[in-house]
Write a protein that binds this ligand. Structure first.
Ligand SMILES: [Zn+2]
Length: 377
């Protein structure tokens, strides 16, 4: 009996090409369409180009099923790799919740998780290499305020070179990086240390503030849309000190730092909110006028619309574009249509292939099959 294996080989090749397109090329094409917000004049070499990424939530051993972990890490790695190679940012800031289970780890486990993060996105210690990687902590890295483990705070400090409050200058732009969980305002040791440091940093050049929790807002009903895919959820009411920092800490931050802009994450939803002093005549507080941007989660585990923000900073402006990553729904549709095409192809080829044990004979052949090509030897 002679068997024609070509249909089977074609099928394998086809399946491989669909897989490569969906799991890599689709990421490239989607991210390639993103643009820096340079305006009509185009970007200047003096501009600072920044990626803002939040809530990567790299899965740990307690809650992460290995298949889920494999898929999410592959998606994020592909997205990050393509985004960096296409758009070449100067700096990438990760705005907390780098890990999902850092808060439940010990020193040794935290180092393992941290190495996993560095292998995927780059090491904070790689001096001179572009892009520079700068991270800050979130509640999933250290724990919520009441559950912070001092051992993990030390581990985070050691692995990522990050203190509770830090000041960083890049291309003469000032950034203040804040550990949100230390802004509880209850006078605890961490909160006291953070508050003292923030007081030292006030009254200097207006910084760009980066933290994990958003400034206090009642809900996302106060947000503007960042792009056409942005759906604003007005239903969810945020809890002070849990979903956002407290009203009191928000007022202190604005009063002490008078930021040029604030970037944060934590809610897994996008938001653009303008903060402006109610009345310039109000002498009780300083005038302020800036935008706060909440960055969507970078992981598909937290919704099917992950994104990063592309930010261009110069002395005059802070310009922001969102960059959406591929949708899992689109991937599913591509697999479904490709599968349907493959099924039609296989049914048609079945008629002429001795590979199949139940190949049609003249007796039981399918009505659309032509058995003249089948040979028995
Ligand atoms: Zn968080």
């Amino acid at each position: 009996m002679r068997c024609n294996i070509w249909p089977f080989l074609y099928f394998l090749l086809y399946a491989f090409l669909v897989f490569v397109f969906n799991e890599s090329i689709l990421f490239y094409l989607t991210i390639w369409k993103c643009e820096w917000p340079c305006g009509e004049k185009g970007c200047d070499s003096k501009d600072l180009k920044v990626f803002m990424i939040s809530d990567t939530h790299l899965l740990g051993e307690r809650l992460g099923h290995w298949l889920d972990k494999l898929k999410r890490e592959w998606q994020m790695k592909q997205s990050f790799r393509h985004a960096v190679s296409i758009h070449k940012p100067d700096v990438v800031f990760f705005l907390g919740d780098l890990l999902d289970e850092g808060k439940w780890s010990n020193s040794q486990k935290f180092s393992e998780y941290a190495n996993q993060f560095k292998n995927m996105f780059g090491d904070v210690n790689r001096a001179g290499e572009k892009p520079e990687i700068i991270v800050l902590s979130g509640n999933h890295d250290l724990g919520f305020h009441d559950y912070i483990n001092p051992e993990i705070v030390d581990s985070f400090r050691r692995e990522f070179k990050r203190s509770l409050i830090d000041e960083v200058y890049i291309k003469n732009h000032r950034f203040v990086l804040i550990t949100s969980m230390a802004l509880e305002g209850d006078g605890c040791r961490l909160c006291h240390e953070a508050e003292m440091r923030l007081k030292e940093l006030r009254n200097e050049k207006a910084p760009i503030v980066l933290q994990h929790y958003p400034l206090y807002r009642k809900s996302d009903g106060e947000c503007e849309k960042l792009d056409y895919l942005h759906e604003i959820d007005e239903e969810e009411i945020y809890r002070e000190r849990w979903d956002t920092i407290s009203k009191e800490s928000t007022e202190k931050l604005i009063d002490w730092l008078n930021p040029r802009a604030v970037f944060d994450g934590h809610s897994h939803k996008m938001c653009k909110k303008r903060w402006t002093s109610k009345s310039p005549q109000d002498s009780s507080s300083k005038d302020y006028d800036f935008y706060e941007y909440t960055v969507n989660s970078f992981s598909w585990r937290n919704g099917d619309k992950p994104a990063l923000l592309m930010v261009v900073i110069n002395e005059e402006n802070i310009l922001v574009n969102s960059c959406r990553l591929p949708s899992e729904f689109v991937q599913f549709v591509i697999y479904f249509i490709s599968g349907a095409i493959a099924c039609i192809f296989l049914i048609l080829s079945w008629c002429n292939c001795n590979l199949w044990p139940l190949r049609p004979t003249r007796k039981n052949s399918l009505p659309w099959c032509n058995n003249t090509g089948i040979k028995n030897e």
